[in-house]
Every structure is written in C-alpha cells, then in structure tokens.
Design a protein around this ligand. Sequence first.
Ligand SMILES: [Zn+2]
Length: 411
Amino acid sequence: MKANLSQREAEKTYGITGDDLTPSVSWSLYSLRKDWNAVKDTVSPWWGECSKEAFNTGLDQLARALKNWGDSRKGKRRGRPVGFPRFKSKRKARPSIRFTTGAIRCEAGHAVLPRLGRIKLHERAALGDARVLSASVRFERGRWFVAFTVEHDVHRPAPTRPDIAAGIDLGVKTLAVVATSTGETFEVPNPRHLGKALRKVRRLSRTASRRRGPDRRTRQEPSNRWRRADAARNRALGKVADQRRDVIHKLTTRLAATYGTVVIEDLYVAGMVRNRRLARHVADASFGEIRRQLTYKTGWHGGTLIVADRWFASSKTCSECGAVKTKLALSERQWTCTTCGTVLDRDVNAAVNLARPAASGADSNGRGADRKTGLARQVAVKRQPGRTAPTVRETGTVPRQRGTASEEAHS
Ligand SMILES: [Zn+2]
C-alpha cells in the first residue's frame, strides 16, 4: 500500500515509470543544493536572513531520505520498506538544524553558534579541548537543546572484574536480574516511571481532550487553550522519558565497566510489544535500548557482549541440574525444579543460566563467532560488539556522565 502510493507519487513528481529506477533528477545533496541555489532568490528572497545551514540541514535530510527510499525499492536496503519522503509542515515537524561549519563552541555555560552568536545555557557545560565537528539544535517540549558531536580522546578502563561473566535477565517486574559466574545475584528494580507518572499524563490528556484540538478533517486549528494543555502533557511525558534514560544509562554503564563478559537474551521485542498486555511495560523497560547501549559500552571498555539465542530456554532450564521444562507460564514467578527440587526466583534462575555458558567457554579472544561455547547447545553466540581501542573516535551520542565527550544543554 505504502509502497504503491510512493511509487505513484514518484511517478507524478519525478517522471519515474515502470521498471526505470533511475530518476531523471539527481538526488544527491550536491545537486539538490545546486538546484536550491539556482532558485532561492525567486522562491525565498529572505534566504539571507537565515544561516545557510538551515537550508543545508533540510536538503541533507531530503537527500538521505531519497537515497533510503531508492535503496529500499531496489532491494539494497534491509529492514522494512522505506516510503517516499513526505512533506513536512513547519507546524508539525520538530524544528531542528545542524551546524557543520563556522564558529561552533561551548564554553562556561554558553554555546556559540554561527549566526546565532552566544547563547546562555541552563547547564554549566564546557567541551574542554574536544574538537567540535558539528552542533545539532532542536526544539523539544518547550525547550531548545543543543548537542555537540565532538572528537575527543576518552580513556575508558578495562572492566574491573574481567574474568567474571554476568548474565542479565531483563524483566518486567524488575528491570534486570544480574547473576555472575561466581554465583552472586542482585536485582535492579524497575523504576516504572511511566506507571507512576501515567496518572498525571492521563489527567492532562483528559484536560486536553476537553479543549478544542486540531481536526485533520476540517483543518481546524487547535485553540490556544488546547495548545497549553498539550504542552503540559508533553512535558509530563518528557520527564518520564528523561528519568528512564537516566536509569538505563546507569545500569548499562555499571555492567560494562564491571564485567568482562555480559550475556543478555535476544528478546524478540517487536513480538513482545505486539502482545498488548505486556506492551506498555516492555516498552517502558526499553529492552532494545539496553541491548544497544550494552553493545557499544562493552566495546568501549574492551568487554564482550554475548547475545544468547532467542530460543535458548534460559527461563525453562534448571540452573542447578540442567533439566528443561517444556512449559512455564509467565505467571509462575518461582522456579521449582521437578528433577532436583531446586527452588529459585524465576528471573534469578534465568540469569544464572545466561552467565554459565559464557564463563565455561570464555576465552579472551573476544571473537565469539568462531569459538565453541562449550556448553548448552542451545546457546548460539549471535554477535559481538566491535572491539575498540581505548581511544575512541566518537561521532554519535556519547555518555553524558563522563561530561567530556558530549554536552547537551538547553536554553
Ligand atoms: Zn534441577
């Protein structure tokens, strides 16, 4: 459906027909910029009042979107089909701009940006001697944020317990249960920020729904009262998101900095979210994000991340004797082994199972794909984070707690 629509749009706009997959107009950033420069005087004579990066940001994103769409159509891109880029209204899109050239600095609670000059920040942030590559400014929940992409040498020490493997069972009741190969276990409680704050969000949503909101059908603009209520709701939701991000970062940092090997389950998050009763809590616990962070953070510290196979029955296997149950309802919170009589917390049992094969098969080579795990045939080592030298060239987001590599602040 979506693809067809895109195809039609493409045909209409760019004269692409049938199997001809090459557009008659070049879609590279370079040529889009050239086209823009040719028409900007007539289309928008006010262009000089803005930073040229404002236009460049949009053209860059358009070029990427078109490339993704083209690659997806030609089967060169994995994952879900990518649709044709849609028009973005300035009212609905999140305002953002990325500065890539010019005077970009961050010093003593101020950001210096091209065209905008010196801007006071809420946070006292400074980038020190890091080399700034770009700065992205965005408007979110009533505040302006700036994020710097920098190049900076960061020393991240090797894990403090390099020989110990930790199995992580991500859960709903508790955010994570950690079991080490030395037999220790501990729980990381699920903050359930969303659950707590949800009442407030619901109340604010009710307020908003009683006011005259936007109507897509009649093109009714929302009332100012609705806008205020909507903003309040977004602030409440945003606070939840911030707190959740904080908890997850602290957990993954701690794991990656402590254990030489971290083992997690390959949870089928997309499938779990489709299960409506679990969905909200699963999304709340952000399993996918935890895995993503563990992947790069274990790489930073020189540790190893092992993702156990999705079908490895970590919950259904006895961590004492290895007996496997065929059935285990999600409601059974306790593990009671019918073979050896072991009684354990369900999540602890699973975490211990995850930690074990990693410890017994552990070698220091860190390239999991070629090695034998030595135990539990169900465990397949799926992937490894790239091993990174202590000097990391960073481009993406960097951990905030280090305070040096990335500074995000609002003004
Ligand atoms: Zn048993």
